[in-house]
Design a binder for this molecule. Structure first.
Ligand code: HEM
Length: 342
């Protein structure tokens, strides 16, 4: 018999190392240097997820009849908020969609009340969710993430550094997992699941979030078009809206749903994903002026898991490292100011 689902718990804890803030600041500086180096004499792009395939208008609907523990912040009552979506490849360079890569999906809700987390942006009216196609990370720590990022352009050096710094055993675990993530078949955005992979606070509780596509999985995109992701989604959006369920999967205990270990896929048998919202990418003609303006405008925005109220604060070391890193990258590329009025 499979184990019965457990109740969401408020017993989650973060473990913050004494030297962490300093190390994460140094990582952010390193990321900013990489961003500058790649730009050469052009304006800097995002340090990661440099290629935005599309920027789109969307709507986010909070569903009715949520369980009490889910009724927090924007989820306190049913409502529909405008949203912007940016679909991306993960690399720090803009390259052919057919190349192996992680894939990103970020969305920004507009019209969100309450004080926000980032000093100086407390009056922003936005809340962002950043997602990838994996429900957990291959990296155990931010140090592993940075090691790979630092040498990503030079596979031989990367291998030597991994063996030197992580040891042979960990290298032989991590490398195949990374290869599997970046080499995953490229399905349509409309048919793909996306995950926050790392947790956030949900009031007194904690949760990981996920987008479940309404469209069924068919076949991977052909590799004959360097911009196959935009071409496929554009074709679909010209025919109608594209929708996803938005789910929350709640923390139950430190063993099964750890906050600090990003490699663990939280088991659905113990903590089922609850559908709390719906994200709908609006029907549009991507060749029309307004759609092209939206894509350009979205490209200038910054999507950041720390664009959130305290009750949805990002949790765990990977999330805390992102707090410094995203600010460094957005400042380096002079991103547009966060929206502060409704
Ligand atoms: C759970 C793990 C992670 C997920 C789901 C994630 C997801 C994403 C996504 C979707 C984007 C593109 C945002 C956009 O479209 O503007 C992005 C950008 C970025 N990510 Fe992450 N990421 C993760 C971990 C990290 C870590 C550990 C770091 C570094 C310490 C990092 C650094 C960055 C940077 C610098 C950008 C570009 C920010 C900008 O200029 O706007 N990410 N990430």
């Amino acid at each position: 018999m499979p184990p019965a689902p457990a109740s969401p718990s408020t017993d989650w804890r973060e473990e913050i190392a004494a030297d962490e803030a300093e190390r994460f600041e140094a990582f952010a500086n390193e990321i900013a240097e990489l961003q500058k180096k790649r730009a050469r004499d052009r304006p800097p792009a995002r340090a990661l997820h440099a290629k935005g395939q599309l920027g789109l208008r969307a709507e986010f609907t909070v569903l009715d009849s949520l369980p009490d523990h889910a009724k927090v912040g924007i989820f306190a009552h049913p409502q529909t908020l405008p949203a912007y979506v940016r679909v991306s490849n993960g690399a720090g360079r803009r390259h052919n969609d057919a190349k192996p890569d992680l894939r990103g999906f970020a969305f920004k809700l507009v019209g969100v009340g309450g004080k926000k987390l980032i000093p100086g942006l407390q009056d922003a009216v936005t809340q962002d969710f950043l997602m990838i196609r994996q429900p957990a990370l291959s990296f155990r720590s931010v140090d592993e993430f940075m090691l790979v990022l630092r040498h990503a352009d030079n596979p031989l050096k990367l291998l030597a550094k991994m063996v030197g710094e992580l040891g042979l055993k960990r290298t032989t675990q991590l490398l195949p997992q990374l290869a599997k993530s970046v080499g995953a078949p490229l399905y349509s955005v409309a048919e793909s699941d996306y995950y926050t992979a790392a947790p956030i606070r949900w009031g007194a509780y904690a949760a990981k979030c996920h987008l479940r596509p309404h469209a069924p999985l068919t076949t991977a995109l052909a590799k004959d078009n360097p911009d196959s992701v935009a071409a496929d989604l554009g074709r679909r959006l010209s025919q109608g809206a594209v929708s996803f369920d938005f789910t929350a999967q709640f923390y139950i205990d430190a063993k099964h749903t750890p906050i600090e270990d990003p490699t663990v896929v939280w088991p659905q048998s113990l903590s089922p994903r609850i559908t709390v919202g719906r994200l709908t990418l609006c029907k549009c003609d991507l060749n029309a002026d307004d759609a092209q303006k939206t894509t350009s405008m979205v490209e200038e925005l910054s999507f950041d898991p720390w664009h959130a109220p305290e009750e949805f604060r990002p949790l765990g070391s990977v999330m805390r490292a992102r707090n410094a890193a995203y600010r460094a990258s957005t400042q380096g590329r002079q991103a547009a100011a966060e929206m502060t009025v409704k």
